[in-house]
Design a protein around this ligand. Structure first.
Ligand code: SF4
Length: 277
């Protein structure tokens, strides 16, 4: 059985939205756009292949050295807007490297989805962060409707459609109804994660509205579990992280670019990080 090592790969900052919770733009909505060059993209693919062949960290791959294959979750920004996007997909196909995309709905047409499928795209993930008004306030007007419109195009092309929700105090009460909506619209996979406040001053008002108390979150998880039970034969998968059988859940996140100044890590508060060795 192939052992995949998942790598979430941000290839560009270019994006048609400026979501309130976006960690790329949280400090400055007009920040200069950074994008990987073709040479950097090639270097990441080669380095990832080499790294996966030689994984031997005891906490990652067991005591033995093991032979893994990269699985890229390509994102941005909106990855389809990278000038070498299609060239990158050709490169991955030539190397038989599996990938999925995490992007926006705006440039998906029937023929684009078919081209993505032919290029090897396994899953296409988009965000829905609440019902229409809440989602469009966080993202942009019309984004909710356009996301749902593109689900059949993705499904018909043979790609698995994924909806990911970032849960916060702003939208937590709408998620059960959102689950009904994604099932009704034949989404293949639904997943959610809890919102992590960004560091931007511009976002402070939004961040304050996002807080969830522990008992509220526990009650929310109970409701979600009941929804998942109700819809377990619906065709929509609610598996944790939606990892298919045969895949190993090992992940590394690339949040930056190879060149430029690395940001300084803020000192961690005492007792906030627990290491399980
Ligand atoms: S779609 Fe993603 S990358 Fe674009 S602004 Fe929203 S969160 Fe940021």
């Amino acid at each position: 059985m192939e052992q995949y090592f998942s790598i979430q790969w941000h290839i560009t900052d270019t994006c048609g939205q400026r979501c309130k919770h976006c960690y790329i733009f949280s400090e400055d909505n007009s920040k200069p756009i950074v994008e990987m060059t073709w040479e950097q993209l090639q270097a990441v693919v080669e380095t990832s292949e080499a790294m996966c062949k030689n994984l031997s960290h005891p906490h990652i791959a067991g005591e033995r050295q093991s032979n893994h294959i990269p699985f890229f979750y390509i994102t941005g920004g909106d990855p389809i807007l990278h000038k070498d996007f299609w060239r990158l997909l050709e490169l991955l196909k030539s190397k038989n490297i599996a990938f999925s995309l995490m992007g926006n709905p705006f440039y998906l047409r029937g023929e684009v989805c078919e081209k993505l499928y032919t290029a090897g795209c396994e899953r296409y993930q988009m965000s829905l962060d609440g019902l229409t008004e809440t989602h469009d306030t966080i993202h942009k007007n019309g984004s909710f409707a356009e996301t749902l419109e593109k689900i059949p195009l993705i499904n018909n092309a043979g790609i698995k459609s994924v909806i990911m929700t970032t849960v916060s105090g702003t939208n937590i009460h709408e998620i059960p109804a959102l689950i009904d909506t994604v099932v009704k619209n034949h989404v293949d996979i639904f997943a959610f994660a809890r919102y992590c406040p960004t560091s931007g001053l511009a976002n402070q008002a939004f961040d304050k509205s996002t807080h969830i108390m522990p008992d509220e979150y526990q009650a929310f998880l109970d409701i979600c579990w009941r929804k998942f039970e109700t819809y377990k034969d619906s065709g929509t998968t609610f598996k944790e992280w939606a990892i298919p059988e045969g895949y190993e859940a090992k992940a590394i996140v690339l949040l930056g670019y190879p060149d430029g100044t690395a940001p300084t890590v803020k000192p961690r508060k005492e007792g906030r990080i627990i290491r399980i060795a």
